[in-house]
Design a protein around this ligand. Structure first.
Ligand code: FES
Length: 218
């Protein structure tokens, strides 16, 4: 004869109450929420999310009964473990940033490099060159007034190549509509978080030389 729904429901609740047994106490994640309190009455030990009359709930809910007080319980050991792990990750992240800045500050300054002659870059034009490495694209811009400006060409958001718009006085990143000021290289709109790296250039006779790169944060 098949078991009637009410008896089965009560038997399932008894199973939940076994979590309170002395053999299981102290095991992380298995100790009931009420370990230091009087035992819960069976009806409170495993409440379904929606209150449904016993015996009328769907079978899946009985087969996969959830003990909500037990499920929501966070042991002190779990909480301390979580705190230690998150603090450890934070300290490791800070250490990594500090190590990166140290490596950067000790990197030898690049050798100056000849970029172009003045006659090769007319006022109102732009020239692309690599500095300091061959995979570091940069822009040499000569404004209509003859001023020479140079910036790294990689956008400070996700490294897309930026494009100068001399007539508008901006440098545009087409990937996510980022904008930089043409005269300073500072980020003025869109997602870029920092100004473009500035390349220090020097005119030696008729030639333009790249001397160094200044990474800027503001
Ligand atoms: Fe330039 Fe996103 S890569 S705005």
């Amino acid at each position: 004869m098949s078991e009637d729904p009410q008896s089965r429901y009560e038997r399932d609740l008894e199973l939940d109450r076994r979590l309170e047994s002395s053999e299981r106490e102290g095991l992380t994640g298995t100790t009931g929420a009420s370990i230091y309190e009087p035992p819960l009455v069976p009806d409170q030990a495993s409440l379904p999310p929606k209150s449904v009359e016993p015996g009328e709930e769907p079978r899946w809910r009985r087969d996969f009964a959830v003990d909500w007080p037990e499920d929501n319980y966070v042991a002190r050991r779990d909480f301390v473990k979580f705190l230690v792990l998150t603090s450890g990750a934070f300290v490791a992240g800070q250490g990594w940033i500090a190590a990166q800045s140290l490596i950067k500050s000790r990197r030898p300054s690049p050798s100056p490099r000849r970029v172009a002659t003045l006659s090769e870059i007319a006022p109102g034009s732009v020239l692309v060159f690599d500095f300091p490495g061959e995979h570091d694209p940069c822009l040499l811009i000569r404004t209509e007034s003859g001023e020479l400006l140079a910036y790294g060409q990689k956008c400070t958001h996700l490294s897309c190549a930026v494009v100068p718009r001399l007539a508008e006085g901006v440098i545009h990143c087409p990937c996510h509509e980022g904008y930089f000021d043409l005269l300073t290289g500072r980020n003025i709109a869109g997602p870029p978080p920092r100004p473009l790296p500035k390349v220090v250039v020097e005119v030696r006779g008729d030639e333009v030389w790249a001397i160094s790169v200044e990474e800027r944060t503001v």
